[in-house]
Design a protein around this ligand. Structure first.
Ligand code: HEM
Length: 366
């Protein structure tokens, strides 16, 4: 589905389209070795991302008690400080790979701290999150894809379980404590659900936020007048972030599975079909956005579907928005111009993720 209205309708049709990715078709992808990866499949089926109602309602309402807009807003001073410390080394006027030097580090530190994972495990979390992310974001059924995913799962479980147990005994002011002690009408998370959903948050927010930041820098490089607009009015960081999400959102498409036959977008869907909801196309649909190829940081309203729509709308949206707003505000205040020196920036050729391979940039200080 590529039209805006059809993509939104697809996201919102929770009854006929399922998110339970890892039982049916994904298991088919694994091929003959499904049983070999049973533990991995069960781990991923506990993610709220891959559950349908009513399980999804339970998981999401439990996490919503801890992952609140208020608790995210409280992270602002720390995010500002991190942005500063990562931005400072860009001042030298030398060429840097913005992905590795800035965009890669900010989200992993933020989510690790928010969850309450120990600082000494940061590098490990980063590596494991990448490997787990590759399982979801990269296609191609190489033997390595699943074996690496399984190793990453085991590593993350090993790392997160002790934190979950420690917070069960002695809660702190972090998200894992909030999840462990969350209670909605007598319902609570199991230990396995906390571990699995904490791992989901680590990998779901890492590559995506990194790509939001890098795709934004590339968009500004291609439209220097928009960079100047942001410099003149830093309050535009909010609408600029939305416009980057629309124009070059980090996720291009997500899949759903058909539970019963119906028609969508003029197509007859059969039970068991896989439907791709192509957010990137929806966000460029001229029926929904005037002059859609234009990067216009003042565009408002901007009802893009970069975070999906309906019950699975991105949990981390307020967090990644905050990170991007702080990053763009800081960079526009500190740097007169940005000069992308990669002659031909290339996107990684995958269906889901919209991320650059690298982004060599020279930042010109004011
Ligand atoms: C710019 C960055 C991000 C983008 C573009 C993005 C995109 C998305 C999208 C499109 C969905 C919907 C999935 C579906 O309908 O199948 C989603 C769900 C989700 N995202 Fe994000 N995400 C981002 C950052 C984050 C961050 C920072 C976190 C960290 C907590 C996060 C955690 C989640 C979770 C837990 C879900 C599942 C929600 C549910 O199923 O109820 N995301 N994200």
């Amino acid at each position: 589905m590529t039209g805006y209205a059809d993509v939104v309708a697809g996201f919102r049709d929770h009854r006929r389209l399922s998110s339970d990715r890892f039982r049916g078709p994904f298991a088919r992808d694994i091929g003959q070795s499904t049983t070999r990866y049973e533990e991995l499949v069960e781990f991923m089926r506990k993610w709220m991302f891959s559950t349908d109602r009513p399980t999804h309602t339970r998981l999401r309402s439990l996490v919503n008690t801890a992952f609140t807009p208020r608790s995210v807003e409280q992270l602002r001073p720390r995010i500002r400080e991190l942005v500063r410390s990562l931005g400072e080394p860009l001042r030298g006027g030398h060429v840097v790979d913005f992905m590795t030097e800035f965009a890669f580090t900010l989200p992993i530190v933020v989510i690790s701290e928010y969850l309450g994972l120990p600082p000494e495990s940061r590098h490990e979390v980063r590596r494991l999150s990448e490997d787990l992310g590759a399982l979801i974001f990269v296609q191609g059924n190489t033997a390595d894809r699943f074996a690496n995913g399984e190793r990453a799962m085991n590593g993350l479980v090993e790392l997160i379980r002790p934190v979950v147990r420690a917070r069960a005994r002695e809660p702190r002011d972090d998200l894992i404590s909030g999840m462990v002690h969350s209670d909605v009408d007598g319902e609570s998370f199991t230990e396995e659900e906390v571990i699995s959903n904490a791992a989901l948050m680590v990998f779901a927010g890492h590559e995506t936020t990194m790509n939001l930041l890098a795709n934004g820098i590339l968009a500004f490089d291609r439209s220097p007048e928009q960079w100047r607009l942001l410099q003149a009015d830093p309050a535009l960081a909010r609408t600029a972030t939305e416009e980057v999400l629309r124009l070059a959102g980090p996720i291009k498409a997500l899949a759903r599975w058909v539970r019963e036959p119906f028609e969508l977008g003029g197509r007859q869907l059969k039970k068991g079909d896989r439907v791709l909801l192509v957010q990137h196309a929806a966000n460029h649909d001229p029926a929904a956005f005037a002059d859609p190829e234009r990067f216009d940081i003042r565009r408002w309203p901007n009802k893009h579907v970069a975070f999906g729509s309906g019950i699975h709308t991105c949990l981390g949206a307020p967090l990644s928005r905050l990170e991007a707003q702080e990053a763009f505000t800081y960079l526009a205040a500190e740097f007169r111009s940005i000069e992308v020196v990669s002659s031909d920036p290339r996107y990684v050729p995958t269906v889901v993720s919209h991320g650059l391979r690298e982004l060599s940039v020279r930042f010109h200080a004011r």
